[in-house]
Design a protein around this ligand. Sequence first.
Ligand code: 5AD
Ligand code: SF4
Length: 449
Amino acid sequence: MKRVFLETYGCQMNVADSELMAGVLQRAGMEMVERAEDADAVILNTCAIREHAELRVLGRLGEFAHLKSKNPALIVGVAGCMAQHLRKRLLDQKRVLDLVVGPDGYRDLPALLQRAANVPTAEIRLDRDETYGDLEPKRQPGVRAWVTVQRGCDKFCTYCVVPYTRGRERSLPLADLVRQVESAAAQGFCEIVFLGQTVNSYHDGTHDFADLLRAASAVPGVLRVRYTSPHPSDMSERVIAAMAECDKVMPHVHLPLQSGSDAILEAMQRTYSITQFEDVLGRIRAQIPGVAVTTDVIVGFPGESDADFEATRAFMQRARFDSAFLFKYSARPDTRAYKLAETVDETEKGRRLQVLIDEQHAISGEIMDGYLNRTIEVLVDGPSNRGKADQPPQLYGKSREFKTVVWPDDGSPAGTLQQVKIVGTTHLTLLGESVGTPRPEPLITIGVS
Ligand code: 5AD
Ligand code: SF4
């Protein structure tokens, strides 16, 4: 068995895990292929955060079952957060699935695949020591390298399945991470994005997250450092100061709110009150001028009354987040909230969601309009795939605040910082024109997917 097709669902952590798996497989002599039809084994790296995510994967597995009926030797595997739930399906009936491997089983993936060719195989033990710190990932081409600094989560928010699918929180040693950053920079990646479920609680026994931010921004070749997602309760003064003092740490914080009601925050066991969240937000904004703050919010958690929802609405008006990921509550087996009776029906969840979407669009649009006529620094990602065939080619990239910027292709190479004047906006995108500053030659030419 040689050729493996890997498809990724869910969050950036899964994207990084897929790069890790690709590294492990390639070192074992296997080849990654672009199409399932060309593969000896297909692996879906899955997400279990909401039911919708699981349903998409189950739909895709149906397609692979069809492929397998034409090619019975095909190995079909499921990796990642759904692996735990799917174990039973593997062990019973029709044998569509040959391999189930949880987030701590990737080190042995080549051997597991070989075994799965003969007998249905499951590796779903969670290992509180596994960090993969010594394994080099096979990164997708681009300007941005994802670096997982911490695995698992110890917070146990009552709605969230992650502590059950990814296990206990553990941090990688700072020295391993600096080595990974140096290796990514040597390969031409100029933006580093640190990943962790509560990334700012990072601690390797000696160093905290502030130390890591400072160490990464000192690595030659690194132009920008970002991270996602911090937990509001772990947002220390040291982390805020590191952001404020390091020019290469970008002024963007994704700070998940989840609800604007103290009663719901308590029921979610988020460990902060609205006053405490507002205090953290105020300190971030006071110390990091121009910082963008984005968030996550869940509507329709069990017990969320009209008044609770109105509190969320009012808080979002007050906080004026740059943007927000807004979700309908989805009951997840294993979690504590799963046992609670749902009190908000689908229609009402949909209504609440739409109210927040509309109001947030208006706020995001106003914030984007504040960029009009400003000239800003953009890291060039490459050609924009939005350009229609009959339109002139465009480039896209990210502002320091992680806003997407699109402008006419002026030949700026991917991986360089450019000055772009903003001449138009949507609530999602800044539209620019280049200001024609002389461009330094890129040190390293890199491909962009
Ligand atoms: N239902 C809806 N949204 C959820 N999230 C996590 N668990 C659930 C759930 N059961 C959201 C949270 C989190 C984001 C990654 O997904 O807002 O911050
Ligand atoms: Fe889930 Fe809460 Fe951990 Fe985030 S902090 S992964 S929401 S349990």
